[in-house]
Design a protein around this ligand. Sequence first.
Ligand SMILES: [Zn+2]
Length: 580
Amino acid sequence: MGRIRSERRRASEPTGQSSAGHELRSSGRAHCQAIERRMSYTLTTPLYYVNDRAHLGSTYTTLACDAIARYQRLCGERVTFITGCDEHGQKIQRTAEAAGLTPQDHCDRVSEGYRELWRRWQISNNRFIRTTAPRHRELVEQFFARVEASGDVLEGRQQGWYCVACEEFKDDPHEAQDPECPIHRKPLEWRDEVNLFFRLSRFQSQIEELIRRPGFIAPASRQKEVENFVAQGLRDFSISRVDLPWGIPVPGHPGHTFYVWFDALLGYLSALLQSDPTAAAGSVDGEEGPVDLDQVLQRGWPAQLHVIGKDILRFHAVYWPAMLLSAGLPLPERGFGHGFLTRFGHGFLTREGQKMGKSLGNVLDPEVLLKRCGRDAVRWYLLRDIPFGEDGDFQQQRFSDLVNNDLANTIGNLLNRTSTMARKWFAEAVPPAGDAATSSHALAQAGSQAVEQFRQSMNRLEFRPAAEAILQLAIAANGYLNERAPWSAMKQPGQEEQVGQDLYAVLEASRLAAVLLAPLLPDLSGRMLEQLGLQPFESSKPSPQTGGWLDALSWGGLEAGQTLPQPQPVMQRLELNGPL
Ligand SMILES: [Zn+2]
């Protein structure tokens, strides 16, 4: 952060612990909020900065959040899944000017690009916030008024080296010669202006305590980074800019607009006050209503999860909680079970071992990926192969190998050939189950292990072991099928009943795999269930109660005599000629 040199004055007198005052205001609703909160799950992607189109990193983050949102809905939670665009700041103004557009036209185009891309990926977000929305501006004004009333807005002089691309003051010493941004490799700009500051220093001990809390920042390596930063001592940070028209004006401070980060983080709150297009009309979430900061408590705040890239961890793990404390909004310690705001810094993606960049000409375009490979293939590769939270590397050969081996062969072909045999020998229907429907069957045990590992992993946001659990179940079922060899048993007299039971067990394992796939690969899950004569799960809209998904995790759900439709390959092999 830049340094504050001159004398500062308080913009208003402090009111002490503003959270206490807020508690009084909202205590009347506390009971019913508590009940609602227990059943709601709010998660967010970052609000993507509209200086450029979506890239693989933002697509990955959004797909991961989508899998979590679908999983929580299938488990019966009322999910608020927020994404959107961060549209203010100098970088946007300059990008628009360079393209010969007004900033608003530029933002309209880029944010519509995001919205359209997420639609095509079938992302199940039920909020999309743009920080240029008039309602967002209203909320920012209300939030600022609270922070100012808490005595946390100060005036001061900001001097330091600034990266416009990061929209951040860097720690470089004042006397540095031509310093550059370590992320963008571009020269930093010297700034010297009178700004409004947020009194972050006041929250030192609270933030220290918060970030030490297990699970608040995951993975643990990121937690350490933040601890080291906080240990240096928190310095007040500037929350306004002068002579920057492309921003929200600061009420009562002519000439100042809000620093883009102060405004952008509040997008998570204003998103909650939008109406939910998937909610029933007349319900709380189905209506927009007036902009009232207090209402966020009834609309899903505090969030359970912010998923972010590691480069913006400091903003989310330090500045954001301090801002919320100042405004008297709840933090994770008030809650049931695990923390309300678990923050998660995931890593960066590279390609074939190299950083992706325009200058290197190796950028992987999510549009191209979608068109050439389809949703299932990409979701599987990213969720199954890249440990969430660590840096990942996109390798094309490995991508197509995994998709073909895991999805087309191990999972898809298993269902296809078993269904073909069952139709041929058992009147185009699921054979009688006999002992195969009982929990002591070998595949039933493999199934319950898979369910347990899957659910534990998903609850910990560990997609890789979750996907592996499904794969292991399919591998066990393939092994069982080859060992029992129904194709030769069927040629021997008196074996029909046993063959029927064996086929039942493998079909049931396939059903279970399809059920478990629902949050990760909803399309493939749906095609598999249809091939078994069953209904796909709806995981993009709130479903009444559990929608039956949890019940469907029990062994023996497939009904003998259920008609099996003509088998179609559920997963096409990926044949990639040439680089993506
Ligand atoms: Zn930078």
